[in-house]
Design a protein around this ligand. Structure first.
Ligand SMILES: Cc1ncc(COP(=O)(O)O)c(C=O)c1O
Length: 422
């Protein structure tokens, strides 16, 4: 019945592919099977608890009665603490008025789209990437996905983007990138910034709306080894006028369920985001905000926690990377990209067309995924779930829920499964 139909937008919003995969995994677990679930972009609190001091400050804040409405753009105490944290740790100057807090970074990404995008405006985003297709759909944007390549660590290059910028109002970038765990190199990002500045100089003289950059850097504190994180403002301070930075407690402090995120950007844009999100009511809980303010000001606690979480994540990523490289040396059709940041390893399972011992051919990437799940009890996410081409042989392996004592077992099972393919 037409009268009972939902909006076109709601009707055509696609569900998360990862959630569909999670359903298959849960069924196997229900049947009593041990599954190494490396699909989840989240932390298992048994291996990655939130900082103890942060937890204590949250409890303390509830005891002190911080239970009524917070300020619409976030508690001033927290915005001041974020401003100081960005200055100290990221060499970025943002006043509390150029910062907005929300319940995690998702509402802020949504609000950035809502603030800057008219229906049918073009939004360029590289694929694989996380959820840009959904945020574009929610905001009626014209999606301009750019397929990236392994040779550039799946980060977009200026040449990939340049042909499309005339049609775009925003470029949505993410570094460190979910799903790949790779980051922009200085020159790669600088070239993109130069392109944006050049385009905006032209738009200024034509009195056109600027080309904005949404820069999601939620994993920036989780770099590994020699990797260095850059954002557009580090490279070109003039980019501040056109950039909205997305950040928060979720990833660096394993606090995905605590829900404190923030965005920084030009004041007039931040104020509009505040107006939009205050109608949605997407505030971070007041007690969590007061606790985050106190915690972020405690530089020793923050540094101690970050050193530990980075070494725990890096141990897992490096173990999987060297394990996969070993399998490659043995002649299996697998590969991995050296981990640079975040909690992800990019793994290649080039198995389409291979046959099992029973003579069954692996026809597509879904069958490769299922083969690994059934034969190695190991689940990783195919890149098509992040918008990459359906036959891409690359996968995301997440270590956020990984017991480090099980890594050698996973690698043995994967090798056994690979040895059964011809
Ligand atoms: C790149 C990226 N941005 C944002 C988010 C959302 O973070 P939050 O939990 O703070 O909403 C995620 C979560 O997986 C992510 O991977």
């Amino acid at each position: 019945m037409d009268s009972m139909r939902v909006s076109n937008m709601a009707e055509h919003l696609i569900g998360s592919e990862i959630i569909r995969l999670a359903g298959q995994i849960q069924e196997k677990i229900k049947l009593g099977q041990k599954i190494h679930n490396l699909t989840i972009g989240d932390f298992n609190p048994s291996f990655f608890p939130i900082p103890t001091a942060f937890k204590e400050y949250i409890i303390d804040a509830y005891n002190k009665g911080y239970t009524n409405y917070p300020q619409a753009n976030g508690m001033l105490e927290l915005r001041e603490a974020i401003s100081a944290h960005l200055d100290l740790n990221a060499n970025l100057e943002y006043s509390p008025e150029e910062i907005i807090v929300s319940c995690g970074s998702r509402p802020l990404i949504y609000a950035t789209f809502r603030t800057l995008i008219n229906p049918e405006d073009g939004v360029i985003f590289p694929v694989p990437s996380w959820n840009n297709n959904h945020y574009s759909h929610l905001n009626f944007a014209k999606q301009i996905p750019i397929q990236t390549k392994a040779e550039s660590n799946f980060m977009p290059t200026v040449n990939d983007l340049l042909p499309h910028i005339k049609d775009a109002s925003m470029i949505a970038l993410c570094s460190p990138l979910n799903p790949t765990g790779t980051i922009f190199g200085r020159h790669q990002l600088a070239a993109i910034c130069e392109m944006v500045l050049d385009e905006n100089n032209k738009r200024k003289s034509n009195k056109q709306r600027p080309l904005y950059v949404l820069y999601d850097e939620i994993y920036w504190l989780l770099t590994h080894g020699e990797s260095e994180h850059f954002n557009p403002i580090h490279l070109y301070p003039e980019m501040k006028e056109y950039t909205i930075l997305i950040d928060g407690m979720s990833k660096a402090f394993a606090a995905t369920g605590v829900r404190v995120g923030w965005a920084s950007g030009p004041k007039h844009i931040i104020n509009k985001m505040k107006a939009i999100l205050s109608h949605v009511g997407a505030w971070s809980a007041k007690a969590e905000q007061m606790a985050a303010a106190k915690y972020l000001k405690d530089a020793d606690a923050v540094n101690g926690y970050l050193n530990n979480i980075k070494s725990e994540i890096n141990f897992r990523l490096s173990a999987f990377h060297s394990g996969i490289q070993n399998l490659k040396k043995k002649g299996y059709a697998v590969d991995s990209i050296e981990p640079q940041a975040a909690i992800y390893l990019t793994v290649k399972m080039d198995l389409i067309g291979k046959r099992t011992n029973e003579g069954q051919r692996l026809n597509d990437i879904e069958e490769v995924y299922e083969y690994l799940l059934n034969e190695a009890n190991t689940a990783i996410v195919p890149f098509y779930c992040f918008g990459a081409a359906k036959d891409t042989p690359w996968f995301r392996l997440s270590v956020g829920s990984c017991d480090k004592h099980e890594i050698s077992d996973v690698l043995e099972k994967v090798e056994k499964a690979l040895s059964k393919l011809q």
